[in-house]
Design a binder for this molecule. Structure first.
Ligand SMILES: [Zn+2]
Ligand SMILES: [Zn+2]
Ligand SMILES: [Zn+2]
Ligand SMILES: [Zn+2]
Ligand SMILES: [Zn+2]
Ligand SMILES: [Zn+2]
Length: 280
């Protein structure tokens, strides 16, 4: 009585294990026997190839969403735990994931804080906590406030310091545009002078047009690059043409698309910018 049931069960298992199907992400066919389920708790057909799992995990681990890596099967969406991630991830991704885990464990300790000062990535314990909130960083030697986790603000209360920072930020966005360079975004204020802006960030150093934010080609001479590549309607473009009595028209550049390697996302938006009226 039990034997036929067992045989049927075995052939069913064999069918499940050797059945070929398509990866729901890339469409390549996958042999399920070589493809583990996204999580050990998944109870559906194996549906994503190892390569796609690997790139999904690495993208999430390098972004903000590393705690929320889920099975891509829409009817499943189970969370991957560390052991699931280990199966698919590259060594580099695993190292990064472990680092993030260690960081988040530290952050849960009540007497731990990260140094908030620009360019510093150090963290440390501060046993005095709120009683003596002034913390000196063991690495950059700068001071921060344990209570608000911001830069040390002397005799000001945390709230006063936060309000002042907000005001400083507001003024900064009112009068500055941000560098369009990928990986940059430096706030830059223009006071009269040329429409060409040199980004002061040493890791960036692009030259861009203040008006249309197009990045100009540094390898070309001033005259040449200023005639090239402005967006249609750019004021700088018309100023140049007028100065040259329209003898040499500027070229019109196509607007760089999202994901362009030279431009950061949102490069053309300077929300809140009103200017000082002294820019020209
Ligand atoms: Zn795939
Ligand atoms: Zn699943
Ligand atoms: Zn520091
Ligand atoms: Zn504070
Ligand atoms: Zn820049
Ligand atoms: Zn321009």
């Amino acid at each position: 009585m039990a034997a036929p049931v067992l045989m049927a069960w075995i052939s069913f298992i064999t069918f499940i294990n050797t059945h070929l199907c398509e990866c729901i992400v890339c469409g390549d066919s996958i042999a399920e026997e070589n493809t583990p389920s996204p999580t050990r708790k998944c109870n559906h057909v194996r549906c994503v190839c190892n390569d796609c799992m690997q790139s999904m995990i690495s993208a999430q681990v390098s972004g903000d969403d590393w705690k929320n890596i889920r099975c891509p099967e829409l009817n499943c969406r189970r969370l991957l735990d560390y052991e699931d991630i280990e199966i698919f991830a590259t060594q580099q991704t695993k190292d990064r994931y472990e680092e993030l885990l260690a960081h988040s464990a530290l952050e849960k300790m009540p007497d731990f804080l990260w140094c908030p000062l620009a360019g510093c990535t150090s963290g440390q314990f501060h046993a005095d906590m709120d009683e003596d909130p002034k913390v000196q960083c063991i690495k950059c030697r700068g001071y921060s406030c344990f209570k608000c986790k911001g830069e040390w603000h002397g005799s000001q209360s945390c709230e006063e310091a936060a309000n002042q920072n907000k005001e400083t930020d507001r003024i900064k966005t009112l009068y500055s545009k941000r560098c369009p360079g990928r990986g940059c975004g430096q706030y830059i204020q223009k006071v009269r002078g040329c429409m060409e802006i040199d980004c002061g960030n040493i890791n960036c150093r692009v030259i861009f047009c203040w008006e249309c934010k197009i990045i100009l080609d540094k390898s070309k001479g001033y005259e040449e690059r200023s005639r090239e590549g402005h967006l249609a309607g750019c004021k700088a473009k018309y100023v140049r043409e007028k100065r040259r009595k329209e003898s040499k028209l500027c070229k019109i550049a196509e607007k760089p698309a999202d994901g362009n390697e030279k431009y950061r996302d949102g490069w053309d938006v300077d929300a809140g910018f009103v200017g000082t009226g002294q820019e020209y």
